[in-house]
Design a protein around this ligand. Structure first.
Ligand code: ZN
Length: 319
């Protein structure tokens, strides 16, 4: 086949253009491919650089306490500070001159655990003893409870056959008594509320029966309180025994009922008010039967730490 010179020139031009186009596409394609490749090249080290950084971060944050490189002291300080917070945290938030502030400091000074944040001016913490008279105080509302708790209704009008207590402790007292009975132990409630007049008569009678005038036994501990100084006038307490006793004296041995009450009274907000070994603090002879309501938190703390009400309140500055 023979082509004219012009045709050959055109063919040659076309071939050149095809070659040129091919070359261009190849180069462009290469560049396109190379671009991401380069990006990958740069990204790779970036990731590589990040990777260790990311690994270091968890390593550094995980064992913050052990990586003292950056925040060693902060970590060390915050950790123990958080652990110590239960005893030290209140310092900045609690007024040290407030009752609770005093309780925190006094408890710490005595090696006692952190006391509960209770309002010691509330009714359940009213202190009555030989040094603290409540005068002619009368409870606002009495509740009359069945003495053996065979009936658990709460009567609020006078009933001479029942044990009167402050209405505010009635449910807790019934719950504790029922708990004791559910454990198979008998219970007898007596001497709840006693009026100022009743206490005056009681004081006179007990003194006469014992040949004394001040209500105290040979060791100087009260066996009967002067009127105005008895917790029974406060009505936040109750004498609880396994059965009826005409006279409750130190001769009453600990019954299973009292043992159960000692083990469980705090669960109901009660404490044994005049325990053995605390006579010099309470000023009252050991009365295994006398239980006083102080609320759940205080009862638990007092029981766990072997504190009577005088000792507990003194932590809060109540003397
Ligand atoms: Zn009593």
């Amino acid at each position: 086949m023979r082509y004219s010179r012009g045709t050959r020139v055109i063919l040659a031009f076309l071939v050149f253009m095809i070659f040129a186009a091919y070359s261009y596409l190849q180069i462009a394609g290469y560049e396109e491919l190379r671009a991401p490749a380069q990006a990958a090249d740069t990204a790779a080290p970036a990731e590589a650089a990040e990777a260790p950084a990311q690994e270091e971060i968890p390593v550094a944050s995980d064992p913050q306490a052990e990586t003292p490189a950056v925040q060693p002291e902060q970590g060390v300080i915050t950790a123990p500070a958080q652990e110590a917070q239960p005893t030290e945290e209140p310092v900045p938030t609690v007024d040290p001159n407030s009752p609770y502030g005093k309780a925190l400091a006094n408890a710490a000074a005595k090696g006692l655990p952190q006391p509960p944040d209770v309002d010691v001016t509330s009714w359940e913490f009213t202190l009555v003893n030989g040094d603290h008279s409540i005068g002619q105080y009368e409870p606002e509302q009495l509740a009359y409870l069945h003495q053996t708790l065979d009936e658990t209704d709460i009567q609020t009008s006078y009933n001479g056959n029942r044990c009167p207590v402050d209405l505010r402790i009635a449910e807790a007292l019934i719950a504790m008594g029922r708990g004791c009975k559910d454990a198979g132990l008998p219970i007898f409630l007596s001497s709840g509320y006693r009026s100022y007049g009743d206490q005056a008569a009681n004081f006179t009678r007990v003194c006469q029966n014992n040949g004394i005038t001040d209500g105290k036994d040979g060791a100087g501990h009260y066996i009967t309180m002067p009127a105005g100084c008895s917790e029974h006038q406060l009505a936040l307490c109750c004498d609880i025994t396994d059965r009826y006793y005409e006279i409750k004296s130190a001769d009453i041995v600990k019954s299973d009922t009292v043992e159960w009450l000692l083990a469980h009274c705090a669960e109901y907000g009660f404490v044994q008010r005049f325990p053995a070994g605390k006579e010099d603090v309470t000023g009252v002879m050991n009365e295994t039967w006398h239980f006083r309501y102080v609320g759940l938190e205080a009862a638990r703390y007092m029981t766990d730490n072997n504190l009577v009400l005088e000792e507990f309140l003194s932590l809060y500055g109540v003397e």
